[in-house]
Design a protein around this ligand. Structure first.
Ligand code: FEO
Length: 394
């Protein structure tokens, strides 16, 4: 793919990674991803905004060579994570006159993570500006989207926001701007759930602040650009500000079918009470889909058999993940079975300790569930439906 001109003198010079299937050795990438870098030519100076994953540095250098640049004066590093910063050492070598521009915290990270020479870095603070002649870059410090050093860059004259990871999506596409809104929404929501959701209270503040800026184009560091910024801004406002919905997310494991019987029964009882359920068998789950379902869930119910003295480790892993992602859910419960004892409920409850959830009475049975256990599952379903109603989850 060639450089793509966004506006006169402003180019996408990134790399589309169609084949990558895993990020952070954890997150599935069913649709690949991209690492978006941008070149902004001013009447006096030229700036490169972000770089690409080091595995694709050759693509970036080919783009830059094809634009016949005399030099690059500034390299803006919005974020120090290696998928955007990993090519910086090569860029500094290739363009010896270039200065890196980033926040003071980002400078620390770049020196520690990539051994960037300190004297090549100019630090900037919130609202600082950098003139390229007829174009002006403004820097907006936006910590915790999703690292503490991150800034967004705003090109004033063209009203383009370069927000790095914020508003991104892991979606490889040949389209420069988002064209398939259905696919774009799903990819952006998956990305939000996996990367941004743990920081939704910080994002809340940044969204408020961005209201001060007129934005014509959002050019994130992953996935397609938005020439209708309201599409992604509206989606973020909904994920961050809206109440949870009348939805139960139910990840579970069943070794010999007993917990599965309880899950089936509870799902039926919840449906009869008008509650939507998203059920995930953790032996074959796509973690991204599970994370996405947590964005809107009002309640999380874990289905876990007891293994040795505690929960099945795969359910413990799901609980650990849900705890780390910090969804907006307000209620949680645990169902499952045991053979001879164990501390499954206590251990899973403590694994959810970062969530601000009210624990609804768990249902744990010895061996096969009997009448009293099914009655308890009916009561749990009714309690969830009632809590959702009282809290206005629709
Ligand atoms: Fe796309 Fe936080 O790096």
């Amino acid at each position: 793919m060639k450089p793509r001109e966004i506006k006169s003198g402003i180019f996408w010079v990134g790399a589309v990674d169609w084949d990558r299937r895993l990020f952070d050795a954890l997150i599935p990438l069913p649709d690949g991803t991209s690492y978006n870098a941008y070149l902004v030519k001013g009447s006096e100076k030229t700036a490169l905004i972000d770089s690409v994953d080091p595995t694709m540095s050759a693509v970036l250098f080919d783009h830059l060579a094809s634009l016949n640049l005399d030099t690059i004066d500034y390299i803006i590093a919005n974020h120090a994570e290696q998928d955007h910063s990993g090519t910086l050492p090569q860029l500094l070598e290739k363009y010896p006159g270039a200065k890196l521009v980033c926040t003071p915290k980002c400078k620390e990270f770049l020196v520690e993570l990539l051994a960037i020479p300190e004297d090549r870095v100019n630090t900037v603070n919130d609202r600082d500006t950098l003139s390229l002649g007829n174009r002006t870059l403004e820097f907006i410090y936006a910590p915790w989207v999703h690292w503490p050093e991150t800034m967004l860059t705003y090109l004033r004259e063209e009203k383009i926001l370069f927000p790095c990871d914020l508003f991104g999506s892991h979606l490889a596409t040949s389209d420069l701007f988002l064209s398939d809104e259905g696919k774009g929404f799903e990819s952006a929501k998956r990305y939000y759930a996996e990367i941004m959701m743990p920081f939704h209270t910080n994002i809340e503040k940044h969204l408020e602040r961005l209201k001060e800026y007129q934005i014509d184009i959002i050019a994130p560091s992953h996935g397609p650009l938005y020439d209708k910024p309201e599409f992604i801004l509206k989606a973020y406002r909904s994920w961050v500000f809206d109440k949870p919905r009348n939805i139960v997310v139910l990840p579970y494991i069943s070794m010999h079918g007993t917990t599965r019987r309880m899950v089936d029964y509870l799902v039926g009882a919840l449906a009869a009470n008008g509650v939507t359920v998203k059920q995930f068998d953790l032996t074959s789950v796509d973690l991204g889909k599970l994370a996405m379902s947590l964005v809107d869930a009002g309640t999380i119910v874990l289905g876990a058999p007891t293994m040795l003295t505690g929960p099945h480790p795969v359910v413990a892993y799901a609980a650990f993940l849900a705890n780390a992602l910090r969804p907006k859910a307000k209620f949680a419960s645990i169902i499952g079975s045991y053979g001879w004892g164990g501390r499954t409920v206590e251990q899973l409850t403590s694994a959810l300790s970062s969530l601000k959830v009210e624990l609804l009475t768990p249902v744990y049975c010895k061996g096969l569930p009997r009448e009293a256990d099914f009655k308890a599952l009916d009561n749990l379903a009714a309690a969830i439906a009632q809590k959702h109603k009282e809290n206005g989850f629709t």
